[in-house]
Design a protein around this ligand. Structure first.
Ligand code: AMP
Ligand code: GLY
Length: 419
């Protein structure tokens, strides 16, 4: 099977890496890709938001499957354009991707499906926002209704800051604060059958100890030694299947990757958000643990035949990924800095640790930074402690001027597992 992956982040590098190891995949293409993806896939230039251009590229390459990585092309309807050209596509329609594209839409679907989530108000005026903030009290949770690359959410005890964020957005969702650890659970679905992946945890804040601003995600690990073994079954029954069923009932079936961002509160599991695509950086650790070859699973989801797929198989090993970000991320990042040490990781740490590229590009023979999140250093091990050790040993070999990374990814979980 020939496959085209759309996107150019560490998530797409992880997808391309898994697909490149799948014996069913005879040719692997990626657009627009990055400097790391270029080592495992043939690269093409395309405007990822232009469905007609993506469909034309897929047709020209003669691929049997297109996998759309990021949310923006999905919300722009790229999967519809590819399917319109008669090519199977892994990724939801424009309408179903509203589950991520509009937080108000997601709340409406959850209410209709009886899915547990934070109580919320959708506000369009200053008076409504003030009333909602007042009703919930601190900590305040204020979310831009639309797509904001993980940066549209403000959680704060400061009423003035909460109001300011609400005013800066056209439409906001103001909701009840959920406390408790967060879990990301992904499921692959064809719109009817739902196949859960394995849970992971992401680190959203920029700094150690969950301090600093929200980011796209600074690291992740899997499995979660502290989680209830029944968690996946529970989330399947209370969240994933009802949501997929509700979207099908509305005539806008969701096929692709349904990402449930969950809070494990004292009153039970609650949905914090849905995304309509693989999470980044969680995908890096989830795919590191997946034993089942990926291509046929994605193709079966794209073709509505996921019921023929046997249960997924997982490795016993643990996986940890640590994001190396540019100077000033999540503010406007500095780019164009050379990255050194990548060969050393390939020589000394592979296959237990490897570097997945996010914002990188080639500048002559040099790999340089080209975005906020630059690299996602991923490692596996017999447990979280070993995976963590290997990941940080590889991180230490990478040199990027002004770069930052968290030093506490999976630290608490590794300790909990050891006890
Ligand atoms: P989201 O983009 O909705 O995932 O929000 C980004 C981050 O903000 C989440 O990962 C949480 O850490 C935090 N957050 C969002 N909603 C809530 C909530 N209702 N209560 C507490 N924290 C939240
Ligand atoms: N890791 C968070 C996200 O992918 O949205």
């Amino acid at each position: 099977m020939k496959v085209l992956v759309i996107g150019g982040g560490a998530r797409e590098h992880a997808l391309c890496r898994s697909l490149s190891l799948d014996p069913d995949v005879t040719a692997l293409h990626c657009a627009p890709g990055n400097a790391g993806i270029a080592q495992v896939a043939e690269m093409h230039e395309v405007d990822a938001l232009d469905g007609t251009a993506v469909a034309a590229l897929a047709t020209r390459l003669g691929v049997g499957l297109v996998v759309v990585g990021p949310e923006a092309p999905l919300v722009a309807g790229v999967a519809d354009a590819v399917r319109g050209a008669g090519i199977p596509c892994f990724g939801p329609s424009k309408e179903a991707a509203q589950l991520e594209g509009s937080k108000a839409f997601a709340k409406d679907v959850m209410a209709a499906a009886g899915v547990p989530t934070a109580r919320s108000y959708v506000c369009t005026t200053e008076a409504e926002a003030e009333e909602a903030l007042d009703a919930f009290g601190p900590p305040y949770v204020v979310k831009d209704d639309g797509l904001a690359a993980g940066k549209g959410v403000v959680v704060t005890d400061d009423l003035a800051a909460a109001k300011a964020h609400a005013l800066a957005c056209e439409r906001v969702v103001i909701e009840e604060f959920l406390d408790g650890p967060e879990v990301s659970l992904f499921a692959i679905t064809d719109g009817e059958t739902v196949l859960p992946l394995t849970p992971a945890q992401d680190f959203k804040r920029a700094l150690d100890g969950d301090e600093g601003p929200n980011t796209g995600g600074m690291g992740a690990y899997s499995p979660l030694p502290w989680a209830d073994p029944k968690l996946v079954d529970e989330v399947m029954t209370t969240v994933l299947q009802p949501t997929v069923d509700e979207l099908r009932r509305r005539g806008t079936p969701f096929s692709g990757l349904l990402y449930a961002g969950l809070a494990i509160t004292s009153r039970g599991v609650r949905v914090i958000e849905f995304n309509a695509r693989f999470g980044d950086p969680e995908t890096q650790v989830v795919l590191a643990r997946l034993r089942t070859p990926l291509a046929s699973v994605l193709l079966n989801a794209a073709q509505g035949t996921l019921d023929t797929e046997p249960p997924l198989r997982w490795r016993d090993e643990a996986a940890v990924t640590v994001v190396i970000a540019s100077h000033n991320y999540p503010g406007t990042p500095r780019t164009g800095d050379p990255i050194e040490g990548l060969d050393e990781v390939a020589e000394q740490d592979a296959p237990d640790a490897y570097v997945l590229h996010a914002g990188t590009r080639m500048d002559g023979d040099a790999v340089v930074s080209a975005g906020g999140r630059v690299l996602s250093v991923t490692a596996t091990g017999q447990d979280l402690a070993q995976a963590r050790e290997r990941a940080y040993a590889a991180v230490a070999r990478v040199r990027l001027d002004g770069s930052q990374h968290r030093t506490d990814i999976a630290a608490a979980a590794a300790e909990a597992a050891a006890r």
